[in-house]
Ligand binder design. Structure first.
Ligand SMILES: [Zn+2]
Length: 420
């Protein structure tokens, strides 16, 4: 049976919370629209407990105007936010999945649902101001204006302040759904956090992920199980790994690294290969979009015009093209970092597998297809050596996050992996 929450894997508790909130939200709308009700529309936190409240409202589980979805990457933060948006726009219930409200929200075409996906390294203040302004308008569908901000941890400080103003004094029919790894102050400002209700998501189990790959994407069960384990419960990555040969060969190349580290030269070669693979993957992922954006802008600017005013227009368009190039460069940097980080996560999991073997820990391996290598590594390095290598990979991730040049960080990691 279709359901707006169907793709939110292994998050029963969160789904329950969100359904209750959606039903409270629907009651708020009914109370506002009802011709003979004398009940106010209800406070945003659903604390109206008057005896005139619509039946079925649980005051403690009510609706509020600002939410934060937290959880590890791949746990489905933005999937949850979008499903909840659908439930709020659902005209039949709390996310039936088939009505026009659900359908257009899930397809990304609902007029009252805006999704902000940061493309560069952060979400800028101008984008946020424009968004906040539009979010304040009356919902055209008569229900809610929903603004989803995926990666709210990538807001600039100024953008965060613009958002805070809106969250502090929310328009009556506007709902903000923020997604962030955690509610740590590094991820989300304390003041924004204090205005939001938090929905924690957990890392779904490999079984739950495999099940959805089989059911939704028609992937063979054994492939689904392997991909779900290898990507550690990351639904999106698991689907890509199961279906995309390039994603598989990239992973194979990463998992070949430990065998290749036979000397200093080999360590530097491995570092270059890893960096270049991330660059190539990133370039491929943004190339099409870059070209389409540039073509669209050039068309809008009337490229090649020679008429009156063309010189002035050309000066203006040079500025716009420069701005586009700046945004595209920022997006490419972000894509490279993300690609490199995925590779490092795979590599870290390999050393984690070796460590688990060395300790004889009763946990399933992440990479079920490299268990022989992990066994050999465990024998050679012992637990201590495996742990040191695992730490070297994690240190590399932290260094890159702290803006150390990726090549420097990866070279240093490869040397540490070789020396042990
Ligand atoms: Zn619906």
């Amino acid at each position: 049976m279709p359901d707006a929450f169907a793709d939110l894997v292994g998050q029963d508790e969160a789904v329950e919370t969100l359904r209750r909130a959606a039903s409270a939200a629907a009651a708020v709308l009914r109370a506002a629209d009802g011709p003979d009700t004398t009940e106010p529309t209800g406070s945003p936190d659903g604390s109206d407990e008057g005896d005139g409240a619509a039946p079925g409202i649980d005051p403690g589980a009510g609706m509020t105007h600002a939410w934060i979805f937290t959880g590890p990457p791949g746990s489905g933060r933005s999937v949850a936010a979008r499903a909840f948006a659908a439930a709020l726009q659902c005209v039949h219930g709390t996310g039936c999945g088939t009505c026009p409200g659900c359908h257009t929200t899930l397809a990304g075409t609902h007029a009252d649902v805006r999704l902000v996906v940061p493309e560069g390294l952060s979400i800028g203040v101008n984008d946020m101001r424009a968004l906040v302004l539009r979010a304040a308008s009356t919902p055209s569908g008569g229900r809610w204006q929903v603004v989803i901000i995926s990666d709210a941890d990538r807001l600039t400080e100024a953008a965060g302040n613009a958002l805070l103003k809106a969250v502090e004094e929310p328009p009556p029919r506007t709902v903000f759904l923020l997604c962030a790894p955690s509610t740590h102050p590094d991820d989300i400002s304390v003041t924004i956090r204090s205005r939001c209700r938090v929905v924690p998501l957990r890392q779904p189990s490999a079984e739950a992920v495999a099940e959805v790959l089989v059911r939704r994407d028609g992937i063979a069960p054994d492939v689904a199980r392997w991909a779900a384990a290898a990507t550690q419960g990351h639904v999106g990555r698991a689907r890509r790994l199961a279906g995309d040969p390039q994603a598989r060969s990239r992973r194979d190349a990463v998992l070949a690294v430990p065998r290749r580290l036979t000397g200093v030269g080999a360590a530097f070669d491995a570092a270059s290969a890893l960096i270049e693979a991330a660059e190539a993957e990133a370039a491929a992922s943004v190339a099409e979009l870059d070209a389409a954006e540039r073509a669209a802008l050039e068309t809008a600017l009337g490229a090649g015009g020679t008429g009156r005013g063309a010189a002035g227009a050309a000066r203006g368009s040079a500025g716009q093209l420069k701005e586009l190039e700046r945004r595209q460069k920022s997006r490419a940097t972000r894509a490279q970092r993300d690609a490199l980080d995925r590779a490092l996560v795979d590599l870290a999991a390999f050393y984690r597998d070796a460590l688990a073997v060395a300790w004889a820990a009763p946990v399933a391996p992440v990479h079920t297809d490299t268990t022989d290598l992990a066994d050999a590594g465990a024998r050679k390095w012992q637990a201590e050596g495996a742990l040191r290598r695992l730490e070297a990979v994690l240190a590399c991730r932290s260094a890159i996050e702290a803006n150390v040049k990726p090549r420097i960080a990866v070279e240093s990691m490869m040397l540490a992996l070789w020396k042990g």
